[in-house]
Design a protein around this ligand. Structure first.
Ligand code: SAM
Length: 299
């Protein structure tokens, strides 16, 4: 495995680092999701959410389908966490340049890649998706994010960077959250604001309805396709709600929301399920004529 040669710029973001360093985050993700940090994909109407690992891999498989790239293509995993998505992509013969801003995640991802025997297909480095200067212009066939752009402090700059590093005809895939604003539900708005603040998700507050789509379009991408996976993540949101219910009552009683933001998020996520959307966005960087290089499969 190699690291990127250039030392990347990293924005200071103590709130983000505190969120991922918290005991709740470290233990919660490990115990419930085995260290993966994204939702699982279920058929709508599923009630039994186990085994969770199968649903997690299903979601990654959807991402691979959306990328729609031939074997040997090189893709960027921006915000790779512990590397499980990158490992899945590499096991399907993509070359992955994975990076994450949280050092602990980078170290864990590097170990996981070695354990999977995929160090020739995946590089893992520390980096900030606001600063892609270390990646040459038009050098990548694909870029993807799995539930990470919500943390961006300047999502427009991130999208502009993705556009620059992609080759003409390259694919951008983003599996991200959006929402509608609960104007008639002040309690939902209050809890939603708390979650965004304590989990360092400023962009999540901005991603009302189609805001992320507009950013993708404004960056220059075309052929934008959206799939709505909101019903597909519901079984895991329900499980999180059930697990969080009693702890949340205690946390609220003692005013400890700041320290247990995932527990609060589990309650907000399911109680106000109707305001949430889980979107799979796929877009193409057009060639110089302003069109995708070749027609892509309809998603
Ligand atoms: C919810 S986790 C998702 C991790 C991984 N994509 C997965 O699916 O398991 C979000 C990840 O984004 C990373 N992240 C947040 N802001 C970032 C940034 N500015 N640049 C790179 N990674 C970032 C976090 O450290 C965290 O690992």
């Amino acid at each position: 495995m190699t690291s990127e040669d250039t030392r990347p710029l990293i924005n200071k973001n103590p709130a983000l680092q505190a969120y991922y360093a918290s005991l709740e985050s470290r233990i919660g993700y490990r115990l419930i999701l085995g260290g993966t940090r994204h939702f699982g994909y279920y058929e709508p109407g599923t009630w039994w959410p186990f085994p969770i690992s199968k649903a997690l891999r299903n979601m990654e498989d959807r991402l691979f389908e959306c990328l729609d790239l031939p074997a040997g293509s090189t893709v960027l995993d921006a915000g790779c966490g512990n590397g499980y998505v990158a490992i899945n992509m590499a096991s399907r013969n993509l070359k992955v340049k994975a990076f994450d801003v949280t050092e602990r995640h980078v170290i864990r991802a590097q170990k996981n890649v070695i354990e999977a025997g995929l160090e020739n297909s995946v590089t893992v480095s520390r980096g900030d998706y606001h600063h892609l200067e270390g990646f040459p212009t038009e050098s990548l066939d694909g870029v993807y994010t799995m539930e990470t752009i919500v943390h961006a402090t300047d999502a427009k700059a991130v999208l502009d960077g993705f556009f620059r590093v992609l080759k003409p005809g390259g694919s951008l895939v983003m599996f991200e959250y959006a929402h509608t604003t609960p104007k008639d539900a002040p309690e939902a708005s209050r809890l939603f604001r708390q979650v965004n603040e304590y989990a360092a998700m400023p962009a999540n507050a901005e991603f009302e309805s189609d805001a992320l789509l507009s950013l993708v379009e404004d960056a220059g991408f075309t052929d934008i396709k959206v799939r709505d996976f909101t019903q597909n993540v519901k079984p895991l949101m329900r499980l999180f709600f059930i697990l969080a219910y009693v702890p949340y009552l205690v946390i609220r009683l003692f005013g400890l929301e700041r320290h247990f933001v995932n527990t609060v998020a589990a309650i907000v996520g399911y109680r106000y399920f109707h305001i949430h959307r889980y979107m799979a966005i796929r877009a193409t960087k057009p060639n110089s004529a302003g069109h995708p290089l070749e027609p892509k499969k309809v998603q």
